[in-house]
Design a protein around this ligand. Structure first.
Ligand SMILES: Cc1cc2nc3c(=O)[nH]c(=O)nc-3n(C[C@H](O)[C@H](O)[C@H](O)COP(=O)(O)O)c2cc1C
Length: 330
């Protein structure tokens, strides 16, 4: 599958066009922050120039406020971390009255993440938020591994995904992005079901179910037995799921899982992703997402690529069809 690509001349001084489209929404660049790792955006405004990001995906909001799971909710693992936050959030009313006005003031592209235990709850959320100004798109969290009801297992059923998206589609004119779990036998099935139900894009993937045991106490290192694994440890697995999903559908796929450098981001884009999300890396370095934008731009410029859109899917492009890379195709 590797074609041994010959890249073009560096394009020093020339602007690299980083803009990408997700349905009807144009992002200024393909780097978003991942839900649950960047608060509601405004918390990071003093460290990161939010308007320079492709977008901010807010913490998943549910109809009613949730306190989340008990402690311990975070455990470090080799090259990654487990979390069992359990969708702690302020609930629909405070999200609309407090968080959205602050986000509107940030000049950021906002993707609002919504989560529900049933299709009806998602309908209620989208019915309430669907026309709110300041929201560029909605990401439906069909993949939380840390809740007792309405989590990744419940939403792993392709028929349920398709019928739910059909019910949601008419409730907003904004793009609907379905966020999928990696913990399924074949992600192409859930991906195709979301496309058939009317999703405008997919996010692949949420955290992987994982666990860690404290041997002396013979207890989980988390408050509950299992949690969601994220960080560099999951990147190769997330990349494979993203590549598989991208090839299975025509709608754009947004990559997520272990991305912490421009090179990581470009691997996902080469594998077919239209955009990517930076999550756990933000905990290590609050400004990681913006650094990823800069590193990506520099790599593309150094390799003669003037439009990131031309780079998408390059891994699968037969060398003869490699487009937009000056002098690139042999
Ligand atoms: C502490 C924490 C909280 C998260 N909360 C959410 C959430 O509320 N909704 C969601 O869709 N994903 C949530 N995620 C998953 C991330 O958005 C992301 O998909 C995942 O962590 C993989 O990317 P990463 O390796 O870059 O972190 C959370 C992840 C972490 C680490």
């Amino acid at each position: 599958m590797s074609h041994g690509h010959a890249w073009g001349e560096p394009v020093a001084g020339k602007r690299v066009d980083l803009s990408v489209r997700i349905g009807s929404l144009t992002l200024r660049n393909p780097i978003l922050t991942a839900s649950g790792t960047f608060g509601y955006g405004d918390e990071y405004a003093h460290v990161v120039k939010i308007a320079s990001l492709g977008g901010v995906v807010t913490k998943t909001v549910t109809v009613h406020p949730r306190a989340g799971n008990g402690p311990t909710r975070i455990a470090e693992t080799a090259s990654g971390m487990l979390n069992s936050i359990g969708l702690e959030n302020v609930g629909l009313e405070r999200f609309r009255s407090e968080k959205l006005p602050r986000l509107r003031a940030l000049d950021a592209t906002v993707v609002a993440s919504i989560g529900g235990e049933t299709p009806e709850e998602l309908e209620e959320l989208l019915g309430a938020l669907g026309d709110e100004p300041g929201v560029g798109a909605f990401e439906v969290n069909f993949s939380c591994p840390n809740v007792a009801a309405g989590g990744a297992r419940y939403w792993a059923d392709p028929a349920r995904l398709e019928s739910t998206l059909r019910r949601l589609r008419h409730l907003t004119r904004r793009p609907l992005i379905a966020k999928l779990s990696p913990d399924v036998t074949d992600i192409r099935e859930t991906a195709r079901a979301c496309e058939a139900g009317g999703a405008d894009a997919l996010t692949c993937v949420n955290t992987f179910v994982g666990m860690a045991i404290d041997l002396e106490r013979m207890r989980s290192k988390l408050g509950k037995a299992t949690g969601g694994l994220s960080g560099p440890a999951v990147k190769p697995m997330a990349l494979a799921r993203c590549w598989e999903a991208s090839r299975a559908v025509k709608i754009p796929v947004i990559g997520s899982g272990g991305i912490s450098s421009g090179r990581d981001a470009l691997e996902f884009i080469a594998a077919g992703a239209a955009a990517v999300q930076v999550g756990t890396a933000t905990f290590v370095e609050p400004g990681a997402s913006l650094r990823v934008v800069d590193e990506m731009r520099a790599w593309l410029a150094a390799h003669g690529v003037t439009r990131v859109e031309d780079f998408r899917g390059m891994f699968d492009a037969p060398a003869a069809q490699a487009v937009g890379v000056p002098g690139g195709a042999k």
